[in-house]
Write a protein that binds this ligand. Structure first.
Ligand code: ZN
Ligand code: ZN
Length: 347
């Protein structure tokens, strides 16, 4: 018997003490074009069971918004944390600083990049760099990370990042950690149009990128501004951390130790020497996907395993149930709750 000549590169670090924490990474407050103050947004997300979020106002963070005369609105983003009840309890809620970078000279087709974990002072002005690469480099230097938002917000133009310089962005931008695989706000906002899902779900683009050997994680966001236009609390980044601190959440989101979801919960991801095992808390449809978006295995179970052959290049797992993400929106009944693991690469 010939020994296997490959090994799996997994972003998942599982340990007995690790816990899953739910967070949203794309939100707008009154500091840019949202209607809720940061405190109101925190309360909306906390009530729905979220453990953290990142505020991502357009080109501004925390106290640099438009409503400086309103003391409630001036709150710096870190003041939104809900602290632990006592020393043995972890904090109930953590707010991550961030912003959504867009070129101010932009048109609607200009790309948006979320910079999460960017640093700013309480009363200092955070000055996003005035170019994409500068914004990405800066947030990486500050210990945070950047990902490319809503790649298909305008499906007529396709991948709007190409508008940067009419070139392939992955060849010209360095340091991006991922793409926004699902922007639930874009889907809901365009619910009455033809193929509404294509405005905010880009799994095929992700497979195209991964198949070229570019390692990008999938992040998801609500892009919530106001009710009627978007619905909050549908995009979950489920992070595995030993300690529930701002630094640990950011670190694990940056290294891929999380999965993306629109409601379905994965309870276990185990990567052994040639096997990938995924567990959920109810029977669901599993799809193991590899190079070129090829479905390698499909099954309906509560937990399932895939034996790696070695030529898949990468393997990611999608798990869906038949519950709609938006319950009372008939146009979107086909958009059912799904969870996406990060890719596991084969080397
Ligand atoms: Zn945007
Ligand atoms: Zn946005």
């Amino acid at each position: 018997m010939v020994a296997k000549k490959f090994h799996l590169i997994s972003p998942y670090e599982l340990s007995e003490e690790s816990r899953w924490h739910l967070g949203n990474l794309h939100l707008h407050s009154t500091h840019s074009d949202g209607v809720f103050s940061p405190h109101e947004l925190r309360d909306i997300y906390m009530k729905k069971g979220f453990d953290f979020f990142a505020l991502t106002d357009h080109n501004c963070m925390g106290d640099q918004g438009n409503n400086k005369n309103d003391p409630e609105d001036r709150a710096y983003v870190l003041d939104l944390d809900v602290p632990p009840n006592d020393i043995n309890n972890p904090p109930h809620f953590i707010a991550l600083p961030g912003y959504e970078f867009c070129d101010v000279k932009s048109t609607s087709a200009t790309p948006h990049v979320n910079c999460i974990g960017a640093k700013t002072g309480r009363d200092g002005v955070h000055r996003p760099s005035d170019d994409y690469q500068g914004a990405i480099d800066q947030v990486n230097l500050e210990g945070g990370f950047a990902f490319f938002n809503h790649p298909f917000i305008d499906t007529l133009r396709g991948w709007d990042f190409r508008y940067l310089r009419g070139e392939d962005p992955l060849m010209i931008l360095r340091g991006l950690r991922g793409i926004e695989l699902v922007n639930t706000g874009s889907i809901y906002y365009r619910k009455e149009r033809k193929n509404p899902m294509s405005y905010g779900l880009c799994a095929h683009l992700w497979d195209e990128i991964l198949s070229r050997g570019v390692k990008l994680w999938a992040y998801v966001g609500d892009d919530f501004h106001k009710f009627d236009e978007e619905i909050p609390c549908n995009a979950l980044n489920v992070v595995l951390t030993k300690e529930f601190t701002r630094e640990e959440i950011i670190r694990n989101l940056k290294t891929g130790n999380f999965y993306a979801s629109t409601g379905l919960m994965i309870t276990g991801i185990e990567v052994m020497h040639d096997t990938i095992k995924v567990v959920t808390d109810d029977i669901a449809d599993f799809r193991f996907i590899g190079f070129g978006g090829k479905v390698l295995k499909e099954t309906k179970e509560k937990e399932t395993e895939y034996k790696v052959k070695g030529n898949e290049v990468y393997i990611r797992v999608e798990v869906s149930n038949n519950l709609p993400v938006f319950d009372d929106t008939p146009e979107l009944r086909g958009f059912t709750q799904t969870a996406w693991t990060q890719p596991i690469f084969i080397e």
